[in-house]
Design a protein around this ligand. Sequence first.
Ligand code: FES
Length: 159
Amino acid sequence: MPMQPASTEIASRTAAIVNQLKGLEGPLLPILHGIQEEFGHVPQAALPVIADGLNLSRAEVHGVVTFCPDFRAPPAGRHVLKLCQAEACQSLGADAVAAKVKQLLGIDFHETARDGSVTLEPVYCLGLCACSPSAMLDGEVIGRLDEDKIEEIVAEVRS
Ligand code: FES
């Protein structure tokens, strides 16, 4: 099973984003964007926290997530592989890593392999810049990606 963050962790990370942005005029969309950036999608467990923080009903928040094409529901893959696309990783070959992973898996970012094995997402800095280029597989960070490590990761998600 993919190691998604526990719902309590989602709730606390969501609450931090809500608190940071709720003073904005029309805070819902910036908050949803912030959450999607944090998790790669908008987790179900985040919805009640947003609704409470903004005095909205859960149905209202759910409606925006569902109908706005900018937002994604939770990833469908058994594994979630995130490749860092931020600057430090870019300067050390993140593009080539992404191209290789996409080629081996036959999918692009925001897609799930047809066999349901893995969802591929970009992420913007994993705090592992010293070990660029980096990735996160099911919540575990992996640094210094090279050809061998990429092949290992792909084999692991397919097994
Ligand atoms: S830029 Fe990739 S981990 Fe910081």
